[in-house]
Design a protein around this ligand. Structure first.
Ligand code: 6PG
Length: 472
């Protein structure tokens, strides 16, 4: 009998938790997993819940009310296409397939067009929040036709996280807009994480114990840096290994993994000529960390200063706080600039303020200051760069001395701060009335006759100099 309100394919951790979330809001949910044993085990672990475990896709599709709403939670890439292909012959016109994985937005656009040609509807939805978010309320970034969003809205709004009574989900825009915004969310997540790690590394080199560092992050979580990532950092630093009593963090190999969304963000930024240097530094920091064997050799071959700190510890904490706060603003300014640029190019009609508002809850980058980003875009929807909003401008003014001192001191001591310094470099470049690109233009004209504009002539008028010949 067709009785389920919602179907989900792919019972890995995120899938299972999303199912429980949807069910807990009063919906009946059908589930299907390629390995039937997983489905059976999942359903039997949750007796009394409105769950229907299907052994075959036919059975699964047959159990759903029409128009069917089927969410796929499988690995991004080929597996999503494979599931879609299997579903197509079983579905009826206007049924809806939702891809809730971290799919590349161009794949989503391709699938959207393909499924539309088959008379089916498709939503590419970014879902953030990890296991806990999926279970209790994630931030959801759905893209696709507005009419399909209207059908999905009741379910999405009921399962999403709530902040001030507002669900952390909006219709992001058509086609691949949802997965695109989720990709940038992840880029920003990379930036936030790296900035926190740089703060930790400075404290570590300054001789703070792990417990002291945990206390700093816990305290920061009470102030303007309050965020999920700061919160879990404090908790992670507190965690002791039961066998050795050593902080777990100190036992973890310093090789960062990544599944690709950060790298996709960089590629997209390069394609659109948008500077996201903080996120860039964060991705590259992960790459360098993963080359641990090379680093171990280089640590013996390449010299540098030996970090030594002998200053006022409380002052250092304040300075690093400010460096982190300012750099975080830069990272968001860059990420939002990229979203704005792509949104305009693709005519997605994105609302940056509302996007920031659905990141306030459920997702990995949830943070107190996102309210301020929403306010900034509400006050000025055409805001060119977040740094220019009065609230953020003021923070950048008041934190910058400390920020500069942290970057300078870390650099002098040989402590890598790629994301702090990339952020500062962006800030200083962005605010420079005059950059040395005049010389760069001269070089281009010198070797390639690429021409240049002159300050004393109208814009757009191009000039060339007959530069001297260089021999040898
Ligand atoms: C989220 C996370 C989630 C996942 C990332 C991690 O918003 O819930 O971003 O999507 O944890 O894919 O990515 P890396 O493995 O690349 O760190």
């Amino acid at each position: 009998m067709s009785q389920s309100d919602f179907g989900l394919i792919g019972l890995a951790v995120m899938g299972q938790n999303l199912v429980l979330n949807v069910e807990s809001r009063g919906f009946t949910v059908s589930v299907y997993n390629r390995t039937t044993a997983t489905t059976e085990e999942f359903v039997s672990r949750h007796p009394g819940k409105r769950l229907i475990g299907a052994k075959t896709l036919e059975e699964f599709v047959g159990s759903l009310k029409r128009p069917r709403k089927i969410q796929i939670m499988v690995k991004a890439g080929g597996p999503v296409d494979a599931v879609i292909e299997q579903l197509i012959p079983l579905l009826d016109p206007d049924d809806i397939i939702i891809d809730g994985g971290n799919s590349l937005y161009t794949d989503t656009e391709r699938r959207d067009a393909y499924l539309a040609s088959k008379g089916l509807r498709f939503i590419g939805a970014g879902v953030s929040g990890g296991e806990e978010g999926a279970r209790k309320g994630p931030s959801i970034m759905p893209g696709g036709p507005a009419s399909t969003w209207e059908v999905m809205k009741p379910i999405f709004e009921s399962i999403a996280a709530k902040v001030d009574g507002e669900p952390c989900v909006i219709h992001i825009g058509p086609g691949g807009a949802g997965h695109y915004v989720k990709m940038i969310h992840n880029g920003i997540e990379y930036g936030d994480m790296q900035l926190i790690c740089e703060a930790y590394n400075i404290f570590k080199h300054a001789g703070f114990t792990t417990a002291e560092m945990a206390a700093i992050f816990n305290e920061w979580n009470e102030g303007d840096l309050q965020s999920y990532l700061i919160q879990i950092t404090g908790k992670a630093l507190e965690q002791k290994d039961p066998q050795t009593g050593t902080p777990v963090v100190e036992l973890i190999v310093d090789k960062a993994g990544q599944k690709g969304t950060g790298q996709w963000t960089l590629l997209n930024a390069a394609e659109n000529a948008v500077v996201i240097s903080t996120i860039n530094a964060a991705v590259e920091a992960r790459i360098l960390s993963s080359q641990r064997a090379q680093r171990l050799v280089a640590s013996r071959e390449l010299s540098g200063p030996v970090p030594a700190f002998s200053g006022d510890r409380a002052a250092l904490v304040r300075k690093v706080h400010d460096a982190l706060y300012a750099s975080k603003i830069i990272s968001y300014a860059q990420g939002l600039d990229l979203i704005k640029t792509m949104g305009e190019k693709k005519q997605w009609g994105l609302d940056l303020g509302r996007i920031a508002s659905i990141w306030r809850g459920g997702c990995i980058i949830r943070a107190r200051f996102l309210n301020r980003i929403t306010d900034a875009y509400r006050a000025n929807p055409g805001l060119v760069n977040l740094m220019l909003d009065p609230f953020f401008k003021n923070i950048l003014n008041t934190t910058q001395q400390n920020w500069r001192e942290v970057v300078a001191e870390a650099t002098l001591q040989g402590i890598p701060v790629p994301a702090f310094s990339a952020s500062l470099g962006y800030y200083d470049s962005y605010r420079a009335e005059r950059l040395p690109a005049n010389l760069l233009q001269a070089q281009r004209d010198f070797f390639g006759a690429h021409t240049y504009e002159r300050l004393d002539k109208p814009e757009g008028e191009m000039f060339h100099t007959d530069w001297p010949e260089v021999i040898g």
